[in-house]
Write a protein that binds this ligand. Structure first.
Ligand code: URA
Length: 234
């Protein structure tokens, strides 16, 4: 009968052969080093994988899926808190947005900031994106093919951010997300179930700049959003 020592030697021999076969080379102490970090040392941290939304952004920044890529200055992917409970979705970048690569930084953006602040939030609390990530020339309306080509980015952004409430600003955002042709005047003012979120369509800030008399309707919609967010926090 083999002694324990002999059995151990056999096991070591088998391991050595296996390592030779697998071309694993270890110095005398290296197995111990690999298994046990030097005293006081923290275990090696695994390099964090890039968040999906950053990978999506990288993809969008070099997107050439439609002709808008030929006329844009910058892709306007979206900005803000990627863990936001409230997400705004606009139509498409305008001139200022195209130049700066950021959403809602022009006159309509200044009004959107006020709208956000009217319910006690800051821009940095929310996430803001558009249906189209590139500016249509002369700010013309988005074409159906452009919306179809680009909406995948928006849907993935929503999936990543998982907001509790989405505020669709204007007809293009509301109609795109709700898959309807109903006018914004009919759509606004109530919540729709949108996957796991509540979606509130309201007027676009650029429309409000031309029709300030309708600001009170947006205020009504924003109060509903504030209540819904509050209900979610209880
Ligand atoms: N209008 C939009 O719909 N989006 C912007 O980013 C700016 C203006």
């Amino acid at each position: 009968m083999k002694s324990l020592n002999e059995e151990l030697k056999e096991v070591v021999c088998i391991i050595k052969k296996y390592m030779e076969a697998e071309e694993i080379s270890l110095g005398r102490d290296s197995l111990k080093e690999r298994l046990l970090p030097p005293s006081g040392a923290r275990p090696a941290t695994v390099k964090a994988a890039k968040p999906t939304i950053d990978i999506l952004k990288e993809e969008a920044l070099s997107c050439t899926r439609c002709d808008l890529s030929e006329t844009r200055t910058n892709v306007v992917f979206g900005a803000g808190n990627t863990k936001a409970a409230l997400m705004f979705v606009g139509e498409a970048p305008g001139m200022q947005e195209d130049l700066q690569g950021l959403p809602f930084v022009g006159r309509a953006g200044a009004l959107l900031t006020k709208i956000i602040e009217s319910i006690g939030l800051k821009r940095s609390d929310v996430y803001i994106a558009n249906v189209l990530k590139c500016r249509p020339p002369e700010n013309r309306n988005p074409l159906p093919t452009e919306i179809l080509t680009c909406e995948e980015y928006l849907i993935k952004q929503i999936e990543f951010i998982k907001p509790k409430v989405i505020c669709a600003l204007g007809k293009f955002a509301a109609q795109t997300l709700l898959r309807t042709q109903e006018p914004i005047t009919k759509l606004r003012g109530r919540f729709y179930d949108y996957h796991h979120a509540k979606l509130m369509p309201t007027f676009h800030p650029a429309y409000l700049l031309r029709n300030p008399q309708d600001k009170k309707l947006v205020w009504e919609d924003m109060k509903k959003i504030r209540k819904e967010l509050g209900a979610n926090n209880e």
